[in-house]
Structure formats: C-alpha cells, structure tokens
Design a binder for this molecule. Structure first.
Ligand code: FNR
Length: 356
C-alpha cells in the first residue's frame, strides 16, 4: 500500500506479515515458547484505563519532555533490535535516517548485533540526532570494553547493558518453520554464543566504572533489582526483551507500577535522580501516556521500528514516529493534560491491571 494509507502502527506489522520472507518474519515477530509474555506486553495496556480531567484549556498541548538532561520532542525512542537488514537492505542506517527525518528526531539505540557496523550507523547520524549503544557483554571482557570505547568515540551518548539474555530464549517459530517436519536453523541460532552467562552486578559495575556515559541496565523485571540498580547509580530499562526471553514474565507495565513507588520510598526520583524507561508492546500513543502516568520517563519501541523500516525504509520509520506523536498529542487533549509532566497515577485506573 501507499505509505499515505498507513494509519496506525499496527498497519506496518500487518504489511510485514505479508511481504517479508518467512524466515525474517518469524525472527522478528516471534516470542519465546507460548508467547504469553509477547501478548501480555501489549494486552496489559488494555487493562489500564484513563480518568480524563475535564474543563482544562487544552488549546495548546506539548509532547516535549526532558530525557538525560536534554529537551526532547517526544518521550519515546528506538530500542535495539538485531539484524535490521533482514527486512530492508538499508538496515540500521534506514532507521537512523528515519529517526532524523521530519520536524523532530528520536534517539536510536544501536544493537551489538546490528546488520551494519557501528561506524556505518554512527556516521549516518545527523547533528541533532541522539544515538545510544546497546551492549551484549562478551565473555572476552576486553572485546566488550573495546566496544564501549568505540561507541563513546563514535558519539553514542548512553550505554544500555542487556542483562535478560544470558542465553537465548526459546523462540520456537524461529527454530521450526511450520510445514517442515525437520528442524531448520532459525536466525537466532548462533547469534548469541559470545554472550557471557556469568555476568553479575560486579561486572556491570566494573563496566560502568570504565565509561563516562550514563549506563542503563536493560532487562530489569523485578522491583528489588530496580532498587539495586538505582543504588549502584544505574539508570533502568524495564523490559522482558519483547517477550523473547523467559516466557510468562510479569509485563513491564506492571513491573513499572511496582518499581516507581519503591524507588520513591527509597528517595530516588525518576526523571531527576535516574531515568526509568520501559519497553515491550507499545503500539499506541495511549500506551505511552499510560506508561508515563505510572512514572516512566521514556518509552522504547522495538518491532514497530523494524516493521516500519522493513516496509518503507526511512520514510516508514518517520511515519511511525509521527503517528505516535500525533496520537500522543490528540489523546493528551482528551485526557486533559497540556504537558507531559502533569501526568500522574490519578489519570489511570490500574485496579484491573493484574491478570485474574
Ligand atoms: C530485540 N531486542 C533486542 N534487545 C537487545 O538488547 N539487543 C538486541 O540485539 C535485540 N534484538 C532484538 C531483535 C528483535 C527482532 C526483536 C523483536 C527484539 C529487544 C528490544 O530491544 C526490545 O526490548 C523489544 O523489542 C521491545 O518490545 P516490542 O516493542 O518489540 O514489543
């Protein structure tokens, strides 16, 4: 379809289900095992409802916010996803261009397992654009630290250490293609053998001590770990890897609702003392509003970017971010907030959030 006919973020996914080679589609779309977490990541947003405030002058609304001390046009960003070139030759460079195109930019987190080299991706960056680096920690610690240095030198402005993948989740769709009785090698296989399964808190603290960049732990899934991370001076990305690692984990939005009060009780103010990001299942401006109301300071997009880039390249990524920006602004008006920092728990009902 013509890109002008794309109306929602879901449209990109539908198109990809039709046009991508099966192997790529299964690699991108799969979750682990029964794909419970994959579905719940998004479905949990349906179990949180709004409590709109009326008679607020909403003739002017702004989606601006501050992340890592800088003013941003919107509170969302691109999450690291491996192998973007499987769906579109331009790969992560198309994503970089899409992040920069149009009248606002969004940060791009670059995966250790990108299709393009870090140098190629960072040299395609425009001046006003932010790039972050996602690190899978190599068993060969020197290689991991070299990568961090390279990311620093090529202008990445934050480091995300992914900790939810000591070994790769069991993505059955990616391993077994339907219609074949014999197992065929999926895309994931062989990707992750270098990742160190012995990684612990001391290791990530050491890596943090070796860089000046702000460091996030990506893949925190319980409030106790969030508090440990905060106490050790890390920022936090609440994530279950888009449902691709351990299946049947609590969805990140629910974890967020537990993490933020605990951090506050312990004197940590999200947005001030540390960033508290979230990803997984975010497909609507509304989803972003709900996460922010529960205290998230930034929201990540994985598959929506892979799909929009696969279907339309940089133009698709631009369209994807604009759809979300427009939905966000429209729904802010309907919710009765003119600035994102007015959001708080009073705007949402979370009574039904937990699965009964
Ligand atoms: C990922 N994700 C991921 N995370 C990471 O830290 N390093 C990586 O290389 C990858 N690769 C990757 C590939 C694919 C195909 C997917 C779908 C995901 C996880 C990603 O950063 C993010 O946590 C989720 O994608 C967020 O969920 P949604 O937005 O895809 O629902």
């Amino acid at each position: 379809p013509d890109i002008d006919d794309i109306k929602t973020v879901f449209d990109f996914e539908y198109i990809c289900s039709k046009i991508l080679p099966k192997k790529t589609w299964y690699y991108y779309s799969s979750g682990a095992e029964d794909e419970f977490s994959l579905r719940e990541n998004h479905n949990v947003y349906h179990r949180v409802q709004f409590r709109p405030k009326v008679l607020v002058d909403v003739s002017e609304v702004s989606t601006e916010c501050e992340i890592l001390g800088e003013k941003r046009a919107v509170p969302f960003f691109v999450c690291a996803t491996a192998l973007a070139a499987l769906g579109n030759e331009a790969g992560e460079i198309g994503i970089a261009e899409g992040c920069a195109k149009g009248d606002f930019t969004i940060p791009q987190m670059i995966s250790t397992l990108s299709s393009k080299s870090l140098g190629e991706i960072t040299s395609s960056k425009k001046n006003n654009q932010d790039q972050w680096f996602q690190l899978y920690v190599n068993t060969d610690r020197k290689r991991a630290l070299d990568l961090v240095k390279e990311a620093e030198h090529s202008g990445c402005s934050a480091l995300f250490i992914t900790v939810d993948a000591p070994s790769l989740g069991n993505r059955e769709k990616d391993v077994k293609l339907p219609g074949k009785s014999k197992k065929v090698n999926g895309v994931s296989k062989g990707l992750s053998t270098f990742i160190d399964p012995s990684l612990d808190w001391e290791d990530v603290k050491y890596i943090k001590s070796q860089t000046k960049l702000p460091v996030f732990i990506k893949g925190i899934q319980r409030k106790e770990d969030a508090l440990t991370a905060a106490k050790d001076g890390f920022n936090i990305l609440l994530s279950n890897h888009g449902g691709r690692q351990l299946d049947h984990t609590v969805p990140p939005l629910q974890t967020l609702s537990e993490v933020v009060p605990l951090l506050k009780e312990n004197g940590f103010k999200p947005g001030k003392d540390l960033e508290v990001f979230i990803d997984g299942g975010v497909r609507r401006g509304n989803d972003i509003l709900k996460a922010l109301a529960l205290g998230a300071t930034g929201v990540g997009l994985g598959r929506p970017i892979l799909y929009s880039n696969s279907a339309y390249g940089a133009d698709g990524v631009q369209k994807c971010k604009e759809i979300l920006r427009d939905e966000l602004a429209m729904n802010m008006r309907l919710l009765g907030v003119t600035k994102l920092d007015q959001l708080n728990e009073s705007f949402v009902d979370v009574e039904g959030m937990k699965m009964k």
